[in-house]
Design a protein around this ligand. Sequence first.
Ligand code: ZN
Length: 243
Amino acid sequence: MSEILTTPAIVLRSIPYSDTSKIATLLTRDAGKISILAKGAKSQNSRYGLLIQPLNELEVVVYLKSGRDLQNLTQASLLAKREQLLTDYDRMMGGFRILDWMLKIQVPHNDSSAHYNLISRVLTTLDSAPTFHPGLFGKFFVRLSQLNGYEPNTFECGNCGKPFRDFDRSLPVGYSASVGQIFCESCQRNQKSDYAVETPVIDMISHWLYPNQQAQPASQLSQSQYLTLEQMMENHLRYHLDL
Ligand SMILES: [Zn+2]
């Protein structure tokens, strides 16, 4: 079976193939991640060859044939122009960090629009924000874990079930990245928690997971709290991917 697929797509990786072509991995909005062969993409005359570069968001036309690992790209045009992302070192490195996670993580073939929209939004923020928000990556990891169905449980102690709202807010909360569970003050000594964090960090994760049910914490987190949150969530993803 074969079909012509026209879809927005973000280039996650591209490598030269033979003297004239490129092979690339795309995150498409409509068909998950696919590998494509762009014939003639390295030639000077190629209309779209230069577009087949990581971080670019394109509209692509792909000749899809089932049972084939590598699909043929027939057309590409630029969807979003993000100049700062491609020229500013820190923004570009941030972008590559996002792409790297997308290469590792599973994306459903038939329902990839949520993943696609998340990445597209983060790349736009990386390109256009005057400065990086210290919670940018932490929030990305929280949303990614949720999209893949292994969001942390921030509502009750993973051992005794005590609701988080009854925790003593003056004491640190235990958190285990491997299981994505919080532990109350009595249980964290006996459980394998690898972090001890202040309660607002847990409030922030809950807010990012369920913005409609969980109000934003009253005060902003500190830089170091945001950093801890980011590490907690990135490690949580690593455990799930066996990295
Ligand atoms: Zn407990």
